[in-house]
Design a protein around this ligand. Sequence first.
Ligand SMILES: Nc1ncnc2c1ncn2[C@@H]1O[C@H](COP(=O)(O)OP(=O)(O)OP(=O)(O)O)[C@@H](O)[C@H]1O
Ligand SMILES: Cc1cn([C@H]2C[C@H](O)[C@@H](COP(=O)(O)O)O2)c(=O)[nH]c1=O
Length: 205
Amino acid sequence: MEGIDGAGKRTLVDGLTSRWRDAGRRVTTMAFPRYGESVHADIAAEALHGAHGDLRSSSYAMAMLFALDRAGAARDIRTALGESDVVLLDRYVASNAAYTAARCGQDAAGDAVEWVAELEFHRFALPVPDHHLLIDVPAEVAMGRAAARGDADATRGRDLYERDNNLQRDVDAVYRQLAQINWLSPWWVLDANLAPSLADDLLTA
Ligand SMILES: Nc1ncnc2c1ncn2[C@@H]1O[C@H](COP(=O)(O)OP(=O)(O)OP(=O)(O)O)[C@@H](O)[C@H]1O
Ligand SMILES: Cc1cn([C@H]2C[C@H](O)[C@@H](COP(=O)(O)O)O2)c(=O)[nH]c1=O
């Protein structure tokens, strides 16, 4: 499940999971970054919240932290694939591709996407997803949701990426390009406003 910050990924993952479980399917969900479970994710979170000075400005360092977090979950993902009907991931490698490409700028975006795929799928041997689900929501709406949530949750607050509206718009554009070319596997673009009924469609697919 992919989309910019505040798009509604967690909400939709939770909704789909309960619908599919109610229908008798074995569903495993995981969310990346694995905050609190992986040292790499926690260092990334510190950087996103303003620690580590220069590190936060390095797209390479951030992408590597997110990739190492996922590499540590590779075995769990494979086990889940063997034991479940559906493995539903709240963000995965495409997040790293989209955010890193957006951070690198248009001229280097293609190289960034290729580098992330090579690193994560080849070097770290993470499984390639069968499908990507992209939440189609106007960037302004998602940014508004992320801002409202950040204001409401004093313990979390908005991180550096969430506060960067230009970055969010650029990430949105990269996601749409990845969906258009069906990067690595078919991409299903979900209209966020139609989420409940789409969940039924997905169930029968
Ligand atoms: N369809 C919707 N309509 C209105 N509000 C929504 C909808 N889906 C989610 N929200 C709200 O928007 C906020 C962000 O949703 P959610 O946490 O699911 O997004 P996310 O994509 O997982 O965000 P992030 O990537 O930043 O963690 C939450 O407060 C949630 O309740
Ligand atoms: C998994 C992952 C995430 N990111 C970015 C996307 C978000 O802005 C932040 C943190 O994620 P959250 O959903 O808001 O908790 O990090 C990334 O750049 N690369 C990744 O692999």
